[in-house]
Design a protein around this ligand. Structure first.
Ligand code: FES
Length: 201
């Protein structure tokens, strides 16, 4: 059910607040109430020009989602648990594009987990319908989303749904899976958003 309080206008305001918070976060704000983490980032000016953003994955607890700002967009980093990964394999019939064949971005988005590493999911947190920011709803069978809800992301603007790999459900307004930004790992706990393993941005 769509929350009537979550109008497109309020969603836009939330998005602006989210992006503004990301811009203001700077360095050293790990652990704020909002699920943003400060990245080991270049200056705000460099970041606004599109410089890669670095994230210490030790900041991302299993099951939790954090958001960083990259090129003015919210980028999600979700640390998926074993249970979350197991759930991903059970609902392909509900999805619009389970194998990411439509207009999908990097090669690492074309697999069941849509990720370089199964446990870490990185995606741009913008709905592929009209650009609202979906909410993180990891709880399977949530009362307002139905018994068959496997956990994922719900867009409050017009009701689009995405699973925990950012794959869009059938019969919702959003036409595509969530976008995966270029990213790469440097060691076990160091994530770079904004360039791939070959340095391409
Ligand atoms: S913007 Fe997300 S469903 Fe319309």
């Amino acid at each position: 059910m769509i929350d009537p309080a979550a109008s497109p206008q309020s969603a836009r305001q939330r998005r602006l607040l989210l992006l503004a918070t990301g811009t203001m976060s700077g360095v050293g704000l790990v652990g704020t109430l909002l699920p943003f983490i400060a990245s080991m980032a270049p200056s705000d000016a460099a970041r606004s020009r599109g410089a890669p953003v670095e994230v210490d994955l030790d900041s991302v607890e299993p099951g939790s989602l954090v958001t960083v700002a990259w090129r003015g967009k919210p980028v999600w980093i979700l640390h998926r648990t074993g249970d979350m990964l197991e759930r991903l394999g059970r609902h392909d019939s509900l999805l619009g594009d389970p194998l990411s064949k439509k207009d999908q971005q990097p090669a690492n988005a074309r697999n069941a987990t849509r990720s370089l590493r199964p446990d870490i999911f990185v995606a741009i947190g913008i709905c592929t319908h009209l650009g609202c920011v979906p909410t993180y709803r990891p709880e399977a069978g949530a009362a307002d989303l139905g018994d068959d809800w496997p956990g994922g992301f719900f867009c409050p603007c017009h009701g689009s749904k995405f699973d925990l790999a950012g794959r869009v459900f059938r019969n919702v307004p959003a036409p595509l899976n969530l976008e995966i930004p270029p990213h790469a790992y440097q060691g076990e706990t160091h994530l770079v958003i904004g360039q791939d393993r070959n340095g391409n941005q």
